[in-house]
Write a protein that binds this ligand. Structure first.
Ligand SMILES: CC(C)(COP(=O)(O)OP(=O)(O)OC[C@H]1O[C@@H](n2cnc3c(N)ncnc32)[C@H](O)[C@@H]1OP(=O)(O)O)[C@@H](O)C(=O)NCCC(=O)NCCS
Length: 190
């Protein structure tokens, strides 16, 4: 089986959230989140320069194999970001990685579960992936606990981060368990 393609989408509509393809005009908003001291503690460092963020987003728009979304409310207020990238075969399964996941303090408390479910619904039901993999900083205990409640398994660990995988059955089980957070099917506009 060949690895599924990680395509961008213009817009995904969930129950209370929208994912919109990130654009150069989002640079200031994203920079604000990524340079927030509390939020960025466990993320890779971002340059504080607006021009660098604009250039990163312009290069992203030209790049295949990656989907970077701004998470919004249905009313269009920007609430955060999430990114899908690094499609590859893992033990014979088409697996995608996700991260750059940040929610602003304005996001409702259901936004974490809903946005994670939107990532999985898009990757599995639209793009055809079966499994997921990602890394979480060792000290980011709250996020580790979040993923472990979704069925993520630790596969390795070094001094800095934990490598997780989510098997297809675990993703499907989580999508069923938290089905009330998401419309079925997710509304996708390519
Ligand atoms: C990562 C991030 C988006 C997660 O969002 P979050 O709101 O912190 O997620 P939480 O784990 O607190 O979950 C939100 C709520 O859903 C609840 N919840 C989460 N998973 C749940 C589950 N499986 N079942 C029931 N409730 C659950 C939590 O208890 C919490 O409820 P509360 O608001 O009443 O306390 C956010 O912490 C963030 O922006 N962090 C900074 C950047 C970062 O570290 N990103 C991750 C990089 S890997």
């Amino acid at each position: 089986m060949s690895v599924a393609r990680l395509g961008k989408a213009a817009r995904l509509q969930g129950k209370t959230l929208v994912f919109r393809d990130a654009a150069v005009a989002d640079a200031e908003f994203i920079l604000g989140l990524r340079t927030d001291e509390a939020k960025s503690r466990h993320l890779s460092r971002t340059s504080g320069a607006l021009a660098d963020q604009q250039a990163w987003l312009a290069a992203y728009a030209q790049r295949d194999g990656e989907a970077y979304f701004v998470i919004e409310s249905l009313a269009g207020d920007r609430l955060g970001t999430v990114r899908l990238y690094d499609a590859r075969m893992v033990d014979g399964h088409a697996s995608f990685c996700w991260g750059s996941w940040i929610l602003s303090d304005a996001a409702p408390s259901s936004a974490a579960i809903e946005s994670a479910l939107m990532v999985y619904a898009y990757a599995l039901d639209t793009l055809g992936f079966t499994n997921a993999h990602f890394q979480v900083n060792l000290a980011n205990e709250r996020v580790c606990a979040f993923h472990e409640r979704f069925g993520a398994q630790r596969v390795s660990q070094d001094d800095v981060e934990i490598e997780y995988t989510l098997a297809n059955a675990a993703i499907r089980e989580a999508m069923k368990r938290y089905a009330r957070f998401l419309p079925d099917p997710l509304k996708v506009s390519i």
